[in-house]
Design a protein around this ligand. Sequence first.
Ligand code: ADP
Length: 433
Amino acid sequence: MPSPTDPQVLQVLLIEDNPDHAALVRANLSRTLEPLAVGRSKFDVTLAGRLDRAIAILREETHDVALLDLKLPDCSGLETLYQLRGASPRVPVVVLGGDDDDGLALQAIRGGAQDYVCKDRLAHESLGRTIRHAVERHRVELELHRRVREVEDGRRRLERQSGELRRRAEQLDRVNRYLDDFTCIASHDLKEPLHGIRAYCELLLEEYSHRLEPSGKRRLGAMTQMCGQLSESIDSLLTFCRVGRESRPGAVVDLNAVVQETLRTLAPAIERRGGVVRVANRLPRVQGDANLLGMVFGNLISNGLKFNESPRPWVEIGRQDGGLAGQPVQIHVRDNGIGIARSHHEAIFTIFRRLHSRRQYEGSGAGLTIVRKIIELHGGRIELESEPGNGSTFRFTLGGAVERTGQPPHWNMPPRETSAGGSQLGWEHEYLS
Ligand code: ADP
């Protein structure tokens, strides 16, 4: 006799106390199940004459399907089905009813039966097909439940992970704020004694210079200069930590106005350098902090003109995204300067990291660190495309555009004197074409 766990055998548990009915079922199964038992070579029927016996069997053995008579010596009616389903929910049940009663059949299905077959029809109906469908439906149901459970588990896992991420982000935020506070306080406290030292150096130079050797004067002069540099670095540090503490990037900011204002401030330096700044197309309005965004443009423009050996230094500002409201805004600031080797692309965003001496190019080395902090504060990222001798392009994103823009090129730089003495706009189409 095949074992109940033999995968080649379809295991049927027939719960029926009437031997004639049991014989009828067996005959139907032999006639209709064998040819349909796809993938299974045979079927095997275990007979249980009572419900408690059937439940005991199902606890011990695995069956593919149970055929359940609703009139048993120890239980009757739908209660039989409920008890069986309660004890063995993983076995599909086909109810064998005495009456051809649609209402009862419906109740049986609602109570978890896969199907309802009236015994009077056993002579004509294919119990084999009913069983095959019941087993398949049940398999699909179980699979569905398994998937729903998996999705549910995944959702819970994601919820836990996102909660954990939120906690970590808050923790990080607290640590960052603490570091910013610490940097601000430390920088602030360093400034005062430094001012004192510098003032004493200057006093010594002014009032005691007649008593000093030339080398002493030179050293005092160097000390004064170093104090100035240190003070500049401390100012940069203060700016850097204030960016995180005092910014409120929530207002609607028109980047055209921001750039215009920045250029107004930079105009004397641009003119001194004989540079040209061009805005390639209309810039969007974004949510942000106008002062901070002004610092971004200010730093990138002045760097583009400063680290530049071209006889006609230029900087181009433009928008690269599709101009749709809500889309992240992409801006580029490009120059025809000395360029930056790929190996330094990350390092230049580190505070006080400079690639040249102050004698070559002045500066404190904090500008790009501040720029990156501001951009990240606005939910964006900054990237660099550059190589020595071929200029640099800084591209950055900012949250979402506030409105649709996408108008033709437009410019707004104050006029400057040309070398020929005439006045022209600070950008030239042909210059970059
Ligand atoms: P700073 O301008 O005060 O030196 P930054 O943080 O703005 O400091 O820049 C860091 C370094 O990156 C600069 O010292 C310079 O070597 C390099 N750099 C920045 N911008 C450019 C640029 N547009 N072209 C070439 N090199 C640049």
